[in-house]
Ligand binder design. Structure first.
Ligand SMILES: [Zn+2]
Length: 247
C-alpha cells in the first residue's frame, strides 16, 4: 500500500461551520464574527462572454486586490467573499522560510480599516494575495467529483459536488504544498507540513479541515440541475415521458 498522505483544506473561518465541515483541525468559526470578510475596492475584471449560452458569461479579475477591512481586527490571514486568500508579510515570510511551494504572492493592499483608531494606522501590515499554483489534477472519483459539462465554445466547465469531501489522488498530486483539484479552484488544499506550521504559530483567522471532512452544505448540487448550465440544444436528453397528473 502507498504511503498515506494527509491533505487539508485551508479556508476562511466560515468554512468551519458545522454544515461545511465534519471536524475542524484548527481555527474557529468565531473568527468569522471577529474579522469578517474583507471588502474589495475598485477591482478590475475582464468579461468572458459565451455566444452559445449567456449563462456561461463570467468575469475574471485582472487587477490586484485592494481591500477594506470591515472591523479593526487584522488577522494573520484575510479572506474575501470569494475565498481569495491574503496573508500578512510575516506569514508570507514564514511560508518562504519553510521552503513551501505551490503559490505565488501577488501585491495587494489594505486601503482602509473601518473603526481603526487614527493612532493605530501605522499597524496596518503589508499584505500579499496567496495565489495557489500547485495541482493535484482530477480529484479521486471516490469523492464524487467528476466533470459534468465543458462548453465547446467558451470552455466553461461544471463539476459535480463532492460526496465524501475532496479526496486527493496522490498519483496526480505534483508534490507542492499549496494546490487545488480541478473544478474547485477556490478550495486551497495544503500538505501536512503547512498545517503544522500554521498550528505551531497559532496563526489567526483561518480554518483547517481534513480535505475528506469537507461537507457540501445546503447549496444545490450541480449534478441534480444540469438544465441550469447545459444548453437545451446540445442534445441533452429530452423528457421522454410526461408525469401524469391527476385532476
Ligand atoms: Zn459557453
Amino acid at each position: 500500500m502507498n504511503q498515506i498522505k494527509r491533505f487539508y483544506s485551508l479556508g476562511p473561518p466560515r468554512s468551519a461551520k458545522p454544515s461545511l465541515a465534519d471536524n475542524v483541525v484548527y481555527g474557529t468559526v468565531e473568527w468569522y464574527d471577529k474579522y469578517q470578510d474583507a471588502e474589495l475596492e475598485k477591482v478590475r475584471y475582464e468579461q468572458i462572454k459565451c455566444s452559445l449560452d449567456p449563462r456561461h458569461d463570467r468575469r475574471r479579475r485582472i487587477g490586484n486586490l485592494r481591500l477594506i477591512l470591515p472591523t479593526s481586527h487584522i488577522g494573520d490571514f484575510i479572506w474575501t467573499i470569494y475565498s481569495e486568500c491574503i496573508v500578512s508579510d510575516r506569514v508570507l515570510n514564514l511560508f518562504k522560510d519553510s521552503g513551501f511551494s505551490g503559490f505565488e504572492a501577488r501585491t495587494s493592499e489594505i486601503v482602509r480599516v473601518r473603526r481603526l483608531p487614527k493612532n493605530e494606522r501605522d499597524t496596518i501590515p503589508r499584505i500579499w494575495e496567496l495565489v495557489t499554483t500547485g495541482t493535484a489534477g482530477d480529484a479521486s472519483p471516490e469523492s464524487g467529483i467528476r466533470l459534468l459539462y465543458r462548453c465547446p465554445v467558451c470552455d466553461y466547465t461544471r463539476y459535480s459536488s463532492f460526496q465524501e469531501g475532496i479526496i486527493v489522488d496522490a498519483q496526480q498530486w505534483d508534490g507542492t504544498d499549496f494546490f487545488t483539484v480541478k473544478g474547485y479552484p477556490s478550495f486551497t488544499l495544503i500538505a501536512e507540513r503547512v498545517k503544522d506550521l500554521i498550528v505551531d504559530h497559532r496563526l489567526t483567522n483561518c480554518a483547517i479541515i481534513k480535505a475528506t471532512d469537507l461537507r457540501w452544505g445546503k447549496l444545490p448540487r450541480p449534478e441534480e440541475h444540469p438544465e441550469n448550465f447545459i444548453p437545451a440544444e446540445e442534445g441533452r436528453p429530452k423528457t421522454t415521458c410526461q408525469l401524469r397528473t391527476s385532476t
